[in-house]
Design a protein around this ligand. Sequence first.
Ligand code: ADP
Length: 508
Amino acid sequence: LISSPKSQGLHVIHIAAEMAPVAKVGGLGDVVTGLGKELQKRGHLVEIVLPKYDCMNYELIHDLRVLDFEVESYFDGQLFRNKIWIGTVEGLPVYFVEPIHPDKFFWRGQYYGEHDDFKRFSFFSRAALELLLQAGKKPDIIHCHDWQTAFVAPLYWDIYAPKGLNSARICFTCHNFEYQGAASASDLASCGLDVNRLNRPDRMQHHSGPDRVNPVKGAIVFSNIVTTVSPTYAQEVRTSEGGRGLHATLNSHSKKFVGILNGIDTDAWNPATDNLLKVQYRAQDISGKAENKEALRRYLNLSSANIRQPLVGCITRLVPQKGVHLIRHALYRTVDLGGQFVLLGSSPVPHIQREFEDIANHFRNHEHAQLILKYDESLAHLIYAASDIFIIPSIFEPCGLTQMIAMRYGSIPIARKTGGLNDSVFDLDDETVPKQFRNGFTFLNPDEQGISNVLERAFYHYKNNTEDWKQLVQKVMGLDFSWESSAAVYEELYHKSVARARATNRVH
Ligand code: ADP
């Protein structure tokens, strides 16, 4: 097992359900890896604990081996053995917990969406803490994420600190308050938590009433640091409209709650080195961008007649959160305005997927619009590079990564003013924003008029101010969306929390 960190560095252990690129469903996976790598670079010892899923990308785990050390953890009145595997992912040491349990919790061919998710992840949260205790770890920070590992916070204080795993402060990050993992109150007992003690309005009781508990609420109450993924989203979730029932809890714990904008992996998303592109390019010389536009048009059978015809891109999960009706409207409006539109997306919602399949059929042989309704990482890279404008008309957006990736590839974002989009996209025509920060186009009203107007403005700038547009492209390509500054904020929060704990311990 890995030894303790050197002098100044903190020992940070993430307990999470995802980690890119081995086990990624969404932004959570990117944050665990991106933040972890940056903290490691800054001299901290970072370790990750993940479930050992059958469906992970095993080829991306280096030196995976099973330890000759099993961990017994409690669940439903019994002790179960867990095999512990260790490997390296993106240079970070990762422990994989494999429960020896008849329900084969992580042997399901998918990460989430099983009928017993609450059971699977409350089991995992407890097993992960048991691993830290039995391995003799003395972390400074245990960082848990989203409802799947939110159980860690109450488990730590109620069960593991008394058992001697008591060196740590707990940090909880919520990546999307839409998902809170609420379940029957009685289910909470399986992992050993005391339902009577916790099923109270000021602790874990769900807002719907006394028969349900809410793990995210528990983590807000029982963590030392609570974060979400952008400053604007942190404000929004403290209102009754945005908080999904948790606004009151967040307000009463507001002192420890902050929004920190995620970074992107600037090594993976770099047009100067991206091998998936037809031609690599950099801000100093963007001629390669036009070649990628030409390549994408040929690949998708779009007209190449006019190099100055603006190409609008959109890459997204097609779910209501992303403003699907606005995306649809933007597609038709772009074609009306004389532009081209490329959508890459897929939907887990059957009626949305069907609706977009119909639209895709309508545009099948169209020379100005194409819809590709699947998940395709390589094509995503080419669209970021080829597009002139990129739309993200989300209804709500905790952080959003696509606007940052688009800018890195010189595609100018059109974003709705919400959540992390509001913290990263600033309107070119907004006189209240200092000129140096303006980098795209924004709109507020989530209706057809709102998206039409902003598209028209963007087209106007693109068509009438060619030189200004080129400078804008070069400017946004040079913006810093790396993890460096965000990781520094997390580092400071960790340090302050550890210092507070030490000061308190000295007093008592
Ligand atoms: P969310 O996590 O809510 O889906 P984000 O903007 O945080 O949204 O992250 C989306 C990520 O998924 C981006 O890296 C984007 O490029 C990628 N992505 C979304 N849909 C697709 C798709 N159909 N094909 C390839 N990549 C996709």
